[in-house]
Design a protein. Structure first.
Length: 605
């Protein structure tokens, strides 16, 4: 299709809409009530009349009526603390029931809940949470915030114990150990208290707790997955109105296969600051009569165990965790064990994808284990509160293509997308450029030193910062963050993910990761490559020479890979279980380079 002649570009044609379910656009046109996020959800929860549990936490089933009462209780605590509309609290906790009670209580009373990235730098914490009056902090990570919590701005600090909602005897065993561990913190200052103490001191508030609806009030502040500087995530301000709008989009999406159905279950291991996980795994399930399994321990072992034991219908984690699960699945199958994944309805890979080869391998294993769907790749960003596109095509068994990137599906209902060049010109189908997005779920602005900095993007487009392309069928393909590049002498960007993809084309290379090692002594970053080889392959001179020669024939003469390093079956993961490229960028030893018939060691100290 030659759109350069017709001047009809993807954002105008919206070809992806032909894949929506019948009636989806009519559903999308229906307006939801002008009310807060929690008001909308709690109304639906009351109508459920406890037909379905709200949460399951370490085996303890928590009814919807119980959750509603807990949110009401914490709303009274917040009001008893003197908090009201316009105030800010800091919420720093993993996925535990109390985290959501406090979060929804804040939305009830009109308080803005700021949820930091739990791996944020000290400098970022000091800058962004400058006006929060009360902090709710997971006691196991309190030390990470000590320098912030000592500031006089915090009137109270509530230490959140993740054992509170566990069932006996696990609650008593872990709770006692936790009590001893945090005793010195509780006694540090009069403003520090446990959750029980907070309820005893402030829970007797008897006045009105529900704040009037204000569509422009910032209700929640999320940490972005991307960073502007190392360790300094942007803080995304979302209004109730924008977040409720995402439900309108999701209800239209839900008509295709009805993945969010009463009685279905979701598994949530992501902390609340990950807004895509919050929406997909907590908010939408609560609205739609689903039950949520909460697991605050985010790691490979607990993910594998939870998926195989709890058998959730929906879950969402980055690609590395999915790959780790299917390595275990493959191992079990090779031993003659049975693995049943027929429970899968919407197993989503988001936050970080994988290679097309890895996705095909996982899809094949999933269907071998009786799943009616393969892994569903999705894409989103904090600036639009959640989802941008989802590759939800259960009927499509083979998603392979000639691209070096996986499809992340069709744009979500309510979203308009386009691919643009550096000059802001929209590109036709099949060309790479930056993905721009238009939607009613967009952010209000960014938080800076405790104050809202308005989003002044007057044309309505949100620039994602991701290099993508759009197929003529409407599928979005994502290659990677455009910021992950090095510059040639001509000042043209050379994308590190393109180097990784080029290396991966060699038959001996299973996975590759190109990173730039920065040094204070050098102005130019050094590019190195970490390799995972196919089974039976070795790091020989012939292999590395072949890879090196191929890159030299392809890269600009001013850019080269200066060292290669062998890794094991998977790359290291970060706190949120994405590939930890930052850690590999700090590795200065152990590299080799092919020189005169042998592999010479290279060090970048």
């Amino acid at each position: 299709m030659d759109n350069t002649k017709t001047k009809i570009f993807p954002s105008e044609e919206k070809v992806w809409q032909k894949h929506y379910a019948p009636g989806a656009l009519e559903q999308l046109a229906k307006k939801l009530p002008d009310e807060s996020l929690w008001k909308l959800i709690s109304t639906a929860m009351k109508e459920d009349n406890d037909q379905h549990d709200a949460l399951v936490y370490f085996g303890r089933h928590i009814k919807r009526s119980t959750m509603l009462a807990e949110v009401e209780k914490w709303a009274r605590v917040l009001k008893g603390m003197g908090l009201g509309v316009g105030d800010q609290i800091l919420l720093f906790s993993p996925a535990s029931p109390e985290s959501y009670y406090v979060l929804f209580a804040a939305d009830t009373v009109g308080v803005t809940a700021i949820m930091p990235n739990m791996s944020a730098s000290k400098e970022a914490l000091e800058k962004y949470y400058a006006q929060a009056k009360v902090a709710f902090v997971f006691d196991g990570m309190e030390e990470q915030l000590t320098h912030v919590l000592k500031k006089p701005q915090f009137k109270y600090v509530v230490l959140m114990d993740v054992t509170v909602s566990m069932r006996s005897p696990l609650k008593q065993l872990l709770g006692a150990a936790n009590w001893l561990k945090t005793r010195s913190v509780r006694n540090r200052d009069a403003k520090y208290m446990t959750m029980r103490q907070a309820i005893e001191r402030f829970g007797a508030y008897e006045g009105e707790v529900e704040a009037p609806y204000q569509e422009d009030r910032v209700a929640m502040v999320f940490s972005s997955g991307g960073t502007t500087k190392a360790g300094e995530a942007k803080l995304i301000c979302m209004t109730d109105k924008a977040m409720v709008e995402m439900f309108r989009c999701a209800l239209a999406f839900n008509m295709r296969g009805l993945p969010f159905n009463p009685g279905n279950t979701s598994l949530c291991q992501l902390p609340p600051f990950v807004c895509t996980g919050l929406f997909v795994l907590v908010l939408a399930p609560l609205l739609r009569g689903m039950t949520i399994y909460l697991e605050p321990r985010l790691n490979q072992q607990t993910f594998n165990a939870s998926v195989l034991k709890l058998r959730p219908n929906i879950t969402l984690v980055p690609g590395p965790l999915w790959a780790g699960l299917f390595r275990e699945v493959e191992s079990r199958l090779e031993k003659g064990e049975q693995v049943d994944l027929s429970n899968f309805v919407l197993p989503i890979m988001g936050g970080e994808g994988c290679t097309p080869e890895t996705l095909a391998w996982m899809d094949k294993l999933a269907r071998q284990c009786h799943s009616n769907t393969g892994i569903v790749s999705g894409y989103g960003m904090s600036e639009v509160f959640s989802v941008i596109s989802v590759d939800h095509r259960p009927d499509v068994v083979d998603k392979s293509s000639d691209k070096l990137a996986i499809s992340v599906g069709y744009p979500f209902p309510g979203f308009t997308v386009g691919i643009f060049d550096k000059q802001g010109n929209e590109l036709p189908y099949g060309q790479r450029g930056e993905l721009w997005v238009k939607t009613s779920t967009h952010l209000a602005g960014y938080l800076d030193n405790g104050k809202l900095q308005l989003d002044n993007n007057s044309d309505g487009w949100i620039h994602t910062g991701d290099l993508c392309e759009l197929s003529e069928d409407g599928l979005v393909y994502i290659y990677g963050r455009m910021a992950k590049n090095v510059k040639s002498t001509e000042n043209e960007p050379v994308y590190l993910f393109d180097i990784s993809n080029r290396l991966r084309q060699d038959k001996a290379v299973k996975e590759s990761l190109a990173v730039a090692i920065d040094s204070e002594k050098k102005t130019s970053p050094r590019v190195v490559a970490h390799l995972i080889l196919e089974k039976g392959e070795e790091m020989t001179y012939e292999l590395v020479k072949r890879l090196d020669d191929d890159l030299k024939s392809w890269l600009p003469s001013s850019v080269e890979v200066q060292g290669y390093k062998l890794q094991h079956e998977s790359f290291k993961m970060s706190f949120v279980c994405k590939t930890d490229a930052t850690a590999y960028g700090e590795e200065h030893d152990g590299y080799v380079k092919p020189v005169d018939g042998r592999l010479e060691p290279v060090s970048f100290q």
